[in-house]
Design a protein around this ligand. Sequence first.
Ligand code: UD1
Length: 429
Amino acid sequence: MDKILIRGGKVLKGEIPISGAKNAALPLMIAALLTEEPLTLSNVPRLADVALLQRILRELGAHTTLLGRKAGESPFAGDVVRIHAEEITNITAPYELVSRMRASFWVIGPLLARCGQARVSLPGGCAIGTRPVDLYLKALSAMGAEIDIEQGYVVAKAPEKGLQGARIVFPKVSVGATHVTMMAAALARGETVIENAAREPEVADLARCLKAMGAKIEGEGTSTIHIEGVTALHGADHAVLPDRIETGTYAMAIAMTGGEGTLTHTRPDFLDAFLEVMEEAGVTITLDETRMHVKSNGGLKPVSVETQPYPGFPTDLQAQIMALMTMADGVSVIRETIFENRFMHVQELARLGADISLSGDTAQVRGVNELIGAPVMATDLRASVSLVIAGLAARGTTELNRVYHLDRGFEALEHKLAAVGADIERVRG
Ligand code: UD1
């Protein structure tokens, strides 16, 4: 298994190009199942999750073609991926694949809407809590689907005339349940209204793509989405939006090392809540439409953070802000309200010398003067990148094991960081 070695203490300086968003690319690729015509996506990040999803889509009968990046573009420009689901030959998404990536469960929406039936494995356990699928199933039932659980699989059947639009009020904000309901409703009969919908930019990006495919959707990006079903969708070209989580992560990596740098090809306007926290931490950030300039002012001030659905502070940046605060001048309070058990990084950060105490959903982080490199273990995607941030500032060498978690969500992480001065290398194993 690969490892990443980081010799800490280098000050990061320079530009880091931001890739397309993993959390937008995945639902967009799944949306290709809704039409017989090809969907061509550009700015697709090169990630293990994207490759795995291509495999799953192929299982279902789609042809996927990786067209690489456009000629003359920088090595960090994303890929063009063409997905053509002319015919769906299989309505089963198997356990071996769905259990490796929870988002692949989302194929249930398009399969049910287009084929009238779906057999999709329950995603199973996950390092960041139980993560149930009850909201998805309630929404699909409200649209007339009959749902049974058989041997670990959700077996769903649409009524003979197809799914029927419905008013769906989610008791809790769920990104995945909003994606799935929107995709299913795009091909249902009549109108669907989603109340308490997720407002994440990735949800709005999926809606934009569905509209380019001929769907009738209004209200994306707000908590009420209206979808008027159509009988068929067609092909389209769509560019995946930039990754706001990667942007925030590298902003914190730069700040952690006392550095100064610019994140390019991004959308800083998706990061308002994060930017407020960085200001509280004493980091100077200036923006234009596609770039974010980050400048450390020496020390870091402690912050108080509570994760919330968008537009609040993202849970996917919680581990990273905790790593940043391990060296702040005072006590920070970080509360996780989205996922239970999303504090797996705490014990690993402690191995580097961080002083963190946990009580229920809240962590208190007492800033220390110095972190010291050690072997640590990646436990999930965002937790593992928090260890990279800490390792960049730690004295000596940090050895990060189980790097495959990082490869799921951060494209060319070691190359991007080395290009701005980090002493970081991957050891193949
Ligand atoms: C997506 C993101 C993930 C991010 C999360 C929250 C992708 C591929 N993943 O995950 O990176 O951390 O949004 O911003 O886009 N819930 C239920 N029942 C359900 C569904 C969800 O109780 O049927 C709960 C979850 O357990 C969690 C909360 O709702 O507590 C939010 O989860 P959700 O927004 O659905 O997360 P994902 O879509 O899985």
